[in-house]
Design a protein around this ligand. Structure first.
Ligand code: SAM
Ligand code: DTB
Ligand code: SF4
Length: 322
């Protein structure tokens, strides 16, 4: 879908946009099913990069405590808990520009152990060097998360230590190694509507399109350059989710960071607009997420059930259910 077409979606009357998004959603998915992933920060803080939104950059003065790579057993314990709490995918995040070869082996052991628990595996470790994606694939990694984060022409306003093209390069390596792609972005960083549309058009232009698309709203963190950004208008956010659903019809669209700040009614509108994945568990990487009980209550109220991986066909999700 071209940029002009995504822009047209944003300009539609709200009800027409939601109707179109629901129609597309029902063509490709069970409209009452939501996939659940749990995040774990396996290495926290002291990152060399200067991403303006991030609590973990060594260049910003934030309150978080740095932590070295977690021991394997702790990762296994957390993954078991996530599975017991209903997650189908476990995503391990590290605050690195990219993994050093010396650290990679420990992460490979974590991936293999989490996979053995019967969970889908995802990792987000920053930029990958030649050969690293293949090693991750061999260890059994199902998904690699690497976000475009914002429109290419806004990127340098937010991040200067690496480029949008660097991100595309890693995404290419991930695809070539046969790993599924989780790639999305953040809204509410001061970008224009045009730039939100551009981000979605750039995500939709990836070939093949990413299997998972996390749409984060900025969690404004004291001490970061974006600490004072005003929150995105909720209706504009729902429009963004609907446009993502239409532009990326077969992808899981994940309601990601910022859900803690969203009332149930807004989350329900996002599901109506085609979001069909969430992060569950009381923490994202360094910031809070809704607790399990409140998520369970919301899903019950909405009659939403878990969207599970189709084990008959390997780790990918069953599509085209309706
Ligand atoms: N270091 C790796 C990288 O940059 O790809 C992996 C971890 S990084 C924290 C993963 C993603 O989390 C970022 O690309 C960004 O989209 C999201 N993120 C980080 N901090 C955020 C915040 N304060 N608000 C919203 N999203 C955030
Ligand atoms: C993604 O797009 N969002 C997640 C995951 N991928 C790694 C991370 C959100 C982080 C929010 C801020 C924090 O908790 O530090
Ligand atoms: Fe580092 Fe990733 Fe945070 Fe950027 S987003 S500062 S690369 S942890």
């Amino acid at each position: 879908m071209k940029l002009v077409d995504v822009q047209k979606l944003f300009s539609l009357p709200f009800n027409d946009l939601i109707y179109q998004a629901q129609t597309v959603h029902r063509r490709h998915f069970d409209a009452n099913a939501v996939q659940m992933s749990t995040l774990l920060s396996i290495k926290t803080g002291n990152c060399s990069e200067d991403c303006g939104y991030c609590s973990q950059s060594a260049r910003h003065r934030t309150e978080i405590e740095n932590e070295a790579l977690l021991p394997l057993q702790e990762v296994i314990d957390r993954a078991k808990q996530a599975k017991a709490d209903g997650a189908s995918r476990f995503c391990m995040g590290a605050a690195w520009r990219g993994p050093q070869d010396k650290d990679l082996q420990a992460v490979l052991d974590m991936i293999a152990a989490v996979r053995d628990l019967g969970l889908e595996t995802c990792a987000t470790l920053g930029m990958l060097r030649q050969g690293q994606a293949e090693r991750l694939a061999e260890a059994g990694l199902d998904y690699y998360n690497h976000n475009l984060d914002t429109a290419s022409d806004y990127y340098a306003e937010v991040i200067t230590t690496h480029t949008h093209d660097d991100r595309l390069d890693t995404l290419g390596k991930v695809r070539d190694a046969g790993i599924k792609v989780c790639c999305g972005g953040i809204v509410g960083m001061g970008e224009s509507r045009e730039q939100r549309a551009q981000l979605l058009a750039e995500l939709a232009a990836l070939e093949p399109q990413p299997e998972s698309v996390p749409i984060n709203t900025l969690v404004a963190i004291p001490g970061t350059p974006l600490a004072d950004k005003a929150a995105i208008d909720p209706i504009e956010f729902v429009r963004t989710i609907a446009a993502a659903r239409i532009a990326l019809p077969r992808s899981l669209v994940r309601l990601s960071a910022g859900r803690q700040q969203m009332p149930e009614s807004l989350q329900a509108l996002c599901f109506l607009a085609g979001a069909n994945s969430i992060f569950c568990g009381e923490k994202l990487l360094t910031t809070p997420n809704p607790v399990g009980d409140s998520d369970k209550a919301l899903m019950k109220k909405l009659g939403i059930h878990p969207l599970l991986p189709d084990t008959r066909q390997g780790p990918s999700l069953s599509l085209g259910a309706k």
